[in-house]
Design a protein around this ligand. Structure first.
Ligand code: F6P
Length: 328
């Protein structure tokens, strides 16, 4: 083992995601296992600037593998975007004797990590934590699996009331600019149509498809819309456009919102978080830096932060075809 550091720090940043606590637990326990002191930084990068460090031990992370959110809190920190903010953060980290940093977050958090690494040549390793699954260099991000299961559960419930009242529901899901949540949860919940930013279906095709559904004898339908959909209209506008053009449909809208980010992580996310946390610490011990851990073909891999931020996480286009075939 090269460069074994004596002290490292870990923080969670950006939008929280189920599995962040499980990743924190893995980072802390793997550190202790390898004889490294691990400090948790509270409130993401803000805690780095405000010197909010807490020395952790194996017991500090008891009973959190099953908890949603992040016990060390998260924030989107504007001050860290300034050179002055980052300098303060660096001074604190140096004074604390910290030799490497683990950042659990999404692409915004990794951009901050990369700039920090470049400015101070300070070792940084990222763990992708976001429900959006929109990060290049990993097949799955932490929280995504839990989020799609939460969405499917919610749409199952919406389907009960939709079918009881013969209604057409438009359900908006999160995902920022990516359609992974919409596409996968839409298929999982048996949606009639799925609108994602990666494929502009267009409103006319949506009308045609809904007309066909009605003619084929469907009395209720679910359309899942990704929040980043590029139709040019929001979910309420799309719903009223459809209602105007297809008056035989009684239309309702449901925006699932932040409930998609909460809840206990799925077993998949807990295992992924555990693997990523251990791999992050082993990578630091190996002297790796400026990279993000990920899982591809069930193997743990490292991707340079720059690539992880710039690269595109691609939609599985085969799923679009599957959805089209099954929604007849
Ligand atoms: O990136 C996670 C995410 O939940 C996105 O899906 C969503 O667009 C965004 O964060 C919402 O951010 P906020 O919680 O700051 O409103």
């Amino acid at each position: 083992m090269k460069n074994q550091p004596k002290k490292i720090a870990v923080l969670t940043s950006g939008g929280d995601a189920p599995g962040m606590n499980a990743a924190l637990r893995a980072v802390v326990r793997a550190s202790v296992f390898y004889g490294i002191e691990c400090f948790a930084i509270h409130q993401g990068y803000q805690g780095l600037i405000d010197n909010e460090f807490e020395l952790m031990n194996a017991r500090s992370v008891n009973n959190i593998i099953n908890k949603g959110g992040t016990i060390i809190k998260s924030a989107r920190c504007l001050e860290f975007r300034t050179p002055e903010g980052r300098k303060k953060a660096y001074n604190n980290i140096k004074n604390g004797g910290i030799e490497a940093l683990v950042v659990i977050g999404g692409d915004g958090s990794f951009t901050g990590a990369m700039i920090f690494q470049n400015e101070f040549n300070f070792p940084v390793i990222g763990i992708p934590g976001t429900i959006d699954n929109d990060i290049y260099g990993t097949r799955y991000t932490l929280g995504y699996d839990t989020a799609i299961n939460t969405v499917v559960e919610a749409i199952d419930k919406i389907r009960d009331t939709a079918s009881s009242h013969n209604r057409l529901f438009f359900v908006e899901v999160m995902g920022r600019d990516a359609g992974h949540i919409a596409l996968n949860s839409g298929i999982g919940a048996g949606a009639e149509e799925i609108l994602i930013p990666e494929e502009n279906l267009g409103l006319e095709r949506l009308l045609e498809s809904l007309k066909k559904s009605e003619k084929s004898g469907k009395s209720s339908s679910i359309v899942v819309i990704a929040e980043g959909d590029k139709t040019g209209k929001n979910v309420f506008e799309i719903a009223s456009y459809v209602e105007k053009n297809l008056p035989y449909y009684e239309v309702r809208v449901s925006v699932l919102g932040h409930m998609q980010r909460g809840g206990a992580p799925s077993c998949f996310d807990r295992v992924l978080a555990s693997r990523m946390g251990v791999f992050a610490i082993e990578s630091i011990i190996e002297g790796k830096s400026n990279s993000m851990v990920g899982v591809i073909d069930d193997k743990m891999v490292l991707t340079p932060l720059k690539k992880a931020i710039k690269g595109k996480s691609k939609i599985n286009t085969n799923l679009i075809k599957v959805s089209d075939i099954l929604s007849i």
